[in-house]
Design a protein around this ligand. Structure first.
Ligand SMILES: [Zn+2]
Length: 349
């Protein structure tokens, strides 16, 4: 069974505490994303959310390979004193919104987000863990979270108590405005790992561009030291991270710690990835209707083994089982003959 552990949702449902800031709405990033998803930014807030939801559900419904998506909340930005910073918060997707959607639609699992500097952080975590959260998500660069800060420690203890993994963004953040890019350094998760938290480093634990390979090496070192350290494959089909994908492919000894994740709706650079690949394979991938199947089949064709697509279930929180209602899709995988042989391929990522 394949669970996509990294799917974003954007909502402006202010009654539930979600919002997209007026400033972010005017940004090119938001306009491009909205356009790609068929959202007209002149629509009412409710209609925008409805469209966003329908497009996502259709992509999942059409998917032949991906059964579930962990829908990620995103908490606001706070300062070191635990004060909410509205002007530094581009979007907030509230825990209420993702919990509602997980209850309403069987293909979603709730991925909550709680800023650890909030005064009520532990109470919130207790409450949402009881309510069935399957992981907690941070984007430290945007939310202003330093994983080494002393005030994170009580939060780590609560995560361990509820066996909830922490999915954290790694590297520079390009989609959302940031407070401090250095907070995306995966080595800042060391205290969390020492405390026993299952940490999932997003984007293969990589940064982009010239920092990419050193940060993946740092991730491998963390994995050597901590059996509770994992990574996901999200956004690795985006143009700035293709070298990271190639680097991960060459290190199968770490693939048992790798989880399938896409970073939907972040666009993928499919043409660059497929360039030089066997024509039949690239045609098969291009002909898929679903974003999730394009992502899945590309990783499959590149040579990631079946386990990578099934690892999430064992890593997500213990409440995951209670959400699983959808009949698993029949285990259909494309023939191994279609799989590109890395050894004889001259594909350049
Ligand atoms: Zn993401």
């Amino acid at each position: 069974m394949t669970i996509d552990c990294h799917v974003h949702f954007i909502s402006d449902n202010r009654d539930e505490g979600s919002f997209v800031s007026h400033q972010f709405k005017k940004s090119l990033t938001y306009r491009v994303l909205a356009n790609q998803l068929g959202v007209d930014i002149r629509m009412s807030e409710a209609d925008q959310e409805h469209t966003f939801l329908n497009v996502l559900r259709r992509q999942l419904y059409q998917s032949k390979f991906v059964n579930y998506a962990v829908l990620l909340a995103l908490d606001a930005t706070y300062n070191e004193q635990g004060e909410f910073l509205p002007n530094r918060t581009p979007i907030k997707t509230s825990n209420k919104t993702v919990m509602r959607l997980a209850h309403d639609y069987p293909e979603f699992l709730p991925g909550i987000s709680i800023h650890p500097y909030r005064e009520d952080a532990i109470d919130k975590l207790e409450e949402l863990a009881e309510a069935g959260a399957v992981l907690c998500k941070w984007v430290p660069n945007t939310q202003n979270i330093n994983g080494m800060a002393a005030k994170c420690q009580r939060f780590y203890r609560a995560l361990v108590k509820h066996q909830l993994p922490l999915l954290t963004h790694c590297g520079r953040e390009h989609t959302l405005p940031t407070v401090n890019q250095r907070l995306g350094d995966p080595t800042l998760m060391q205290v969390a790992l020492e405390s026993g938290v299952k940490v999932i480093l997003a984007h293969g634990g990589s940064s982009t561009l010239q920092d990419a390979i050193p940060t993946v090496n740092a991730t491998f070192q963390l994995m050597d030291r901590f059996p509770n350290c994992y990574a996901d494959l999200s956004a690795l089909l985006a143009v700035g991270r293709l070298s990271v994908l190639r680097y991960w492919l060459a290190r199968p000894e770490y693939h048992s710690r790798l989880l399938f994740g896409t970073d939907y709706p972040v666009p993928m650079s499919l043409q660059q990835v497929l360039f030089g690949m066997d024509y039949r394979v690239s045609q098969l991938i291009n002909s898929q209707n679903s974003y999730f199947d394009k992502y899945f089949l590309t990783l499959w064709a590149l040579g990631f083994q079946e386990g990578v697509f099934n690892n999430a279930l064992a890593v997500l929180g213990p409440t995951t089982q209670q959400w699983l209602q959808v009949e698993p899709k029949p285990t259909f995988l494309p023939s191994k003959a279609l799989r590109m042989q890395r050894a004889d391929s001259d594909v350049t990522l």
